[in-house]
Design a protein around this ligand. Structure first.
Ligand code: NAI
Length: 462
């Protein structure tokens, strides 16, 4: 038994970042993690390994489609799936070991095992009982499936199974056109699979800007992904070699079946709080099973806090990280703050999609007057040079004050460019502030400036 200022349950981006900040602020800190390695879903079976596969298959796609026209002749690379897995696992290993190093550096104890909370101030791991002034729950989320669909991680897989299939399938059916479905669908389409995405709503990427939805769907279609929208999956059956998915079209109620080697279920995630014993100590959950917290991430039980995917808000690693740092500040007696209005979201397809703040739809609903500055990458020399002229930057600003309210990008390096706009929004900047900032030429960032110019007197290269 040991006494700590803070015990954090879960070492994902929320938990490990929280631990490092707690230690930096002088709190004696331990993290409980039952996985073999630190980093949670994101590092082990989420964001990081998927980015490795996206990168490798993007290079393949680039070689197949663009090399010859740049005068790079020769046979396109062939795929060594085993080596691609080794590369992916190596990337994961480097990152998880990096966190272990940071824990040692910051004198954070890693208590290995699965924790539960028998009483406020106490955490049980196996037979050991640990005490802490504060407990932070950072247990993340797990894949949620839909009625009639059972994930076996063999033929019917979640995002975890999608990272380490024995071999790339010839055909893949994806249920849900959200982030995971489009990212992993892209990976396997580039590896030659026939990919069909079945989506319940009438558009892909729910909640995103409508222009982005349409443009992304058009581009992904050109890359070989097929979409069946407005279709509710009823169930999936599978044999050792095949799967059969039944779906119903919303427009006429007709039922259809589709066969595929593998089905990826990407219909969202749900908070993971199993085994914590929250019921027993009276930690309240929301109707959607998230841990209810107040503006200081305190749960309904004094001394117990919660952050990340286990609570309300977008299930994004960087949102969890921000909450991890903020709650650490609170526990150290300072003010912790997260600006939920400026949390970017990125889809790592090619081209990338990035979004922050309000959409035109959300502003219309709120009845708030706005203006839009939009700039096509076709007018950006650098984007055209690398065959990525499709897509645009759209900045939305307040009609009267010109203050930036949101931005939506689809195009090269969108996931990087979005941060210029995030910083501007944090500073309460106007579109004109970006428009008057000198941007190096030739860069993709110039497209952001051009969109900002388009909010005023007009873009130059449009
Ligand atoms: P999602 O919530 O992004 O998309 C799920 C989709 O499934 C929705 O479009 C929904 O309408 C559809 N759907 C639900 N039931 C259906 C049915 N019966 N038939 C057909 N379609 C149906 O969920 P996803 O992609 O599983 O991702 C889970 C979470 O992980 C998200 O919160 C996401 O933000 C996060 N994530 C973020 C990444 C990133 O930031 N790049 C990467 C991967 C995941």
């Amino acid at each position: 038994m040991a006494n700590y200022d803070v015990i954090i349950i879960g070492a994902g981006p929320g938990g490990y970042v929280c631990a490092i900040r707690c230690a930096q602020l002088g709190l004696k800190t331990a993290v409980i993690e039952g996985r073999e390695t630190l980093g949670g879903t994101c590092l082990n079976v989420g964001c990081i390994p998927s980015k490795a596969l996206l990168h490798a298959t993007h290079c393949l796609h680039d070689a197949e489609t663009n090399f010859a026209r740049m005068g790079l002749k020769g046979k396109s690379p062939s795929v060594d799936w085993k080596q691609m897995q080794v590369y992916k696992d190596d990337v994961v290993g480097q990152n998880t070991k990096g966190i272990e190093f940071l824990f040692k550096k910051n004198k954070i104890d890693w208590i290995k095992g699965w924790g539960s909370i028998p009483a406020p101030g106490k955490v049980k791991v196996g037979e050991e009982l640990h005490e802490a002034r504060h407990i932070v729950i950072a247990t993340g989320s797990q894949s949620a499936t839909i009625p009639g669909v059972e994930i076996d991680e063999d033929r019917v897989i979640s995002s975890t199974g999608a990272l380490s299939l024995a071999k790339p399938p010839k055909s893949l059916l994806v249920i849900g056109a959200g982030v995971i479905g489009l990212e992993m669908g892209s990976v396997y389409a580039r590896l030659g699979a026939r990919v069909t995405v079945v989506e319940y709503l009438d558009a892909i990427t729910p909640g995103m800007d409508r222009d982005v939805q349409k443009t992304l769907q058009r581009i992904l279609k050109k890359q070989g992904l097929e979409f069946i929208l407005g279709a509710a999956v009823q169930g999936v059956t599978s044999t050792r070699t095949k799967t059969r998915t039944t779906y119903r079209l919303k427009k006429d109620g007709s039922e259809h079946v589709l066969d595929a080697d593998v089905v990826l279920v990407s219909t969202g995630r749900r908070p993971f709080t199993d085994g914590l014993g929250l019921d027993g100590i009276g930690v309240q959950l929301t109707e959607r099973g998230q841990i209810a917290t107040d503006s200081t991430w305190a749960t309904t039980v004094p001394g117990i806090y919660a952050i990340g995917d286990a609570i309300e808000g977008p299930m994004l690693a960087h949102k969890a990280e921000d909450e991890g740092m903020a709650v650490a500040e609170v526990l150290a007696g300072k003010k912790g703050h997260v600006n939920y209005g400026v949390i970017p979201s990125v889809i790592y397809t090619t081209p990338e999609v990035a979004s922050v703040g309000e959409t035109e739809q959300s502003l219309k609903e709120a009845g708030r007057p706005y203006k839009v500055g939009k700039f096509s990458y076709m007018g950006n020399a650098r984007a055209k040079a690398v065959f990525q002229g499709e897509g645009f930057v759209k900045i939305i600003a307040d009609k009267q004050t010109d203050r930036i309210l949101g931005a939506h990008l689809i195009g090269p390096a969108a996931g990087e460019l979005i941060h210029e706009i995030c910083v501007a929004m944090e500073f309460g900047a106007s579109a004109e502030d970006i428009a008057l900032t000198c941007h190096a030429h030739p860069t993709w960032s110039e497209a952001v400036r051009e969109a900002a110019l388009a909010c005023g007197d007009g873009a130059i290269h449009a």
